[in-house]
Design a binder for this molecule. Sequence first.
Ligand code: UD1
Length: 357
Amino acid sequence: MRTLISVIGARPQFIKAAPIEMAMAAYPDIRFLSVHTGQHYDDNMSRIFFDQLGLKQPVANLQAGSGSHATQTAQMLPGLEALFLEHKPDMVLVYGDTNSTLAAALTAAKLCIPVAHVEAGLRSFNRTMPEEVNRVLTDHISNLLFIPGNVARENLLREGITDNVHDCGDVMLDILLTSREKALNGSAPAGSWYYATIHRPYNTDDPQRLLEILRIMNRLEHEVYFAIHPRTANLLKQYGASLEDYPRIHFIPPQSYFDNLQYLLGCERVITDSGGLQKEAWFVQKPCITLRPETEWVETLENDWNQLVFHDLEALPSALSKTPGEYRAGVYGDGHAAERMAALINQYLNPAAVSHG
Ligand code: UD1
């Protein structure tokens, strides 16, 4: 029996883990354990995803909570080390680019436990983003690298990483395709409106910028449903912002996976700085405006399906009015990424069984 520990902790990781947990069930001689770092802890940032997506209960929650990058990451390391020593995993599986990703990869690598990285090879080339640092470091200490598409392969090649790089497609497409039906049964608002989410520090941590974003969103052609991340909500409170000043913005709480899909499917356009939502918008062919100077999901920019608006926020209305060109499907796989990853994990952990099978 081999043991695989999947480390999750932040909202996007619960989503990415779900299809992989399911696909790993095809390999009953690999014991699948999950560990929650506790990076996200509010019910609507964590528990609701376990409930909706049927995720396994983690063997432990390290309750790392919030804090500075150093504090948050440091909170995770000893707990992860103790768990890895206790359960002796043959491989640790990490997702994306959060502080939980780096903490788990680092702890495993120092214990000489192989690391598999889901969403390897993504680059924004902006080292001021904490996620970029997390991605680069995680890729360089990973033994199995699951990339979502060809651009990621080129990025890794540029850094000299060529071994064990596998283009499996994107797991968020897997889960979206199997969940779409459920989301269609829900009740998104009627009429024409935009769906927004904003939580990146460079949009939220300067009060002037965040308030400017709200001011501009408040006078767009359509009203905006703004699912407000706790980081953004806390900062708005701190800045003394009065939400009544923005009557054309509906401030709604962070959405569950299915509810987020409903908003996505029901809106005219998406306005976001989230990596996940950019991609989900692209999957369902919904034009997206990304309030960032760059994106790691560069394929989505083709023919204006995704447009970057950052330095000149006044460009938002005209970007929203553009109609995208031709849509190129298939660049992030075919919805079977998790099955490929599970097979590769099995091959890595049970090479003899695979070659004799
Ligand atoms: C983290 C990830 C980011 C990812 C995002 C998804 C890092 C460096 N960043 O950003 O890549 O896109 O998750 O949501 O790992 N908070 C709560 N309740 C919670 C969680 C957070 O109130 O359950 C508040 C706290 O005030 C906290 C702040 O949100 O300080 C930021 O949380 P944190 O986990 O540090 O980063 P995110 O902005 O969520």
